[in-house]
Design a protein around this ligand. Structure first.
Ligand code: NAP
Length: 281
């Protein structure tokens, strides 16, 4: 019998590639969920079942999960992956945008989690895989609100891992670093839309350039999707997968230096990028 997985954020990036990998095994019924269903037609052609699911909507999340249970009678795995980055200096990002980012990245995950858990408890089995990030361990100027959402998801996932361990449900965290998907264009776009006070201009320009450079020549989604596939399919997956070199190394570096040294390091990186920004513009 095929196993059943729900993947949120399956219209792009990590979610789409992981869906393709699972479909290729012919051992999984893949429910691919996102807001823009037309972006998943290629997955439907490969056998995925599509769900229009905005994770900020109780109605859409509950209806989607109910449909899976009605059609399959079970849910073996959830890849809670939908999310986005909203960049900008902390003071400048409008309150509405901060709340919406939490609504998607934190409360959206909570909504999907609460919808699938009763079924997994009933089955006495299940796998919940969260896409967190390198920024669930570190934060830096320009992306503080986004990093705070990923810190929150990590905290939630670690607690859940302990709460459901004896109920037959396993919880896995996926921690990518900088990876080329659809993520960076949305994140940089939000940064450029924010109305920053002029005091922040040197940091904003430097951070903008740093992000553009970081996402040029960074790895693609393959290594992360490979880890997601393992997290969903292995009998005994690891609790945490750090999926790129930077996500393996940077948190270790941070743990070995003082906070003031770390701040100096970040500010000097951004200062260098600011010089480049003004050379380019
Ligand atoms: N790429 C990176 O550098 C990186 C690093 C660390 C962590 N991450 C995390 O990885 C996850 C996947 O991102 P990605 O890199 O694959 O970026 P992506 O290519 O932009 O994919 C993001 C996915 O999330 C979905 N999504 C966004 N808002 C949603 C909402 N309100 N409801 C339902 N779905 C929503 C999008 O679908 P629709 O727009 O069609 O709804 C899309 O399928 C995110 O949680 C992100 O924070 C990314």
């Amino acid at each position: 019998m095929k196993k059943v997985v729900l993947i949120t954020g399956a219209s792009s990036g990590f979610g789409k590639l992981t869906a393709e990998k699972l479909l290729a095994t012919n051992e999984w019924v893949v429910y691919a969920a996102s807001r823009k269903i037309e972006k998943m037609n290629d997955l439907a052609e490969k056998g995925a079942l599509l769900l229009k699911m905005d994770i900020v909507s109780d109605e859409e999340v509950n209806a989607g999960v109910a449909k899976i249970i009605e059609e399959q009678g079970r849910i073996d795995a959830l890849l809670a992956n939908a999310g986005y980055g909203s960049y900008g200096m902390l003071e400048s990002v409008p309150m509405e945008e901060i709340k919406y980012q939490y609504e998607v990245n934190v409360f959206g995950n909570a909504r999907v989690l609460k919808a699938v858990l009763p079924q997994m408890r009933k089955q006495k089995s299940g796998r919940i895989v969260f896409t967190t990030s390198i920024v669930s361990h570190i934060s830096m100027l320009g992306l503080g609100w986004y990093a705070s959402t990923k810190h929150a998801v990590k905290a939630m996932a670690v607690a859940l891992r302990q709460e459901v361990k004896n109920l037959g449900i396993q919880v896995v965290l996926i921690e990518p670093g900088v990876v080329k998907t659809g993520f960076d264009s949305i994140a940089v776009d939000t940064l450029r839309k924010v109305n920053h006070p002029s005091d922040y201009k040197p940091l904003v320009d430097g951070f903008d350039q740093y992000m553009v450079d970081s996402y040029t020549g960074c790895p693609g989604p393959e290594s992360t999707a490979k880890c997601m596939f393992k997290a969903i399919t292995l009998k005994n997956p690891r609790a945490v997968y750090k999926t790129t070199m930077d996500s393996k190394l940077l948190p270790k570096v941070k743990a070995h230096v003082s906070s003031s040294f770390f701040d100096k390091m970040m500010l000097s990186i951004v200062k260098k990028s600011e010089k480049k920004f003004h050379g380019n513009n």
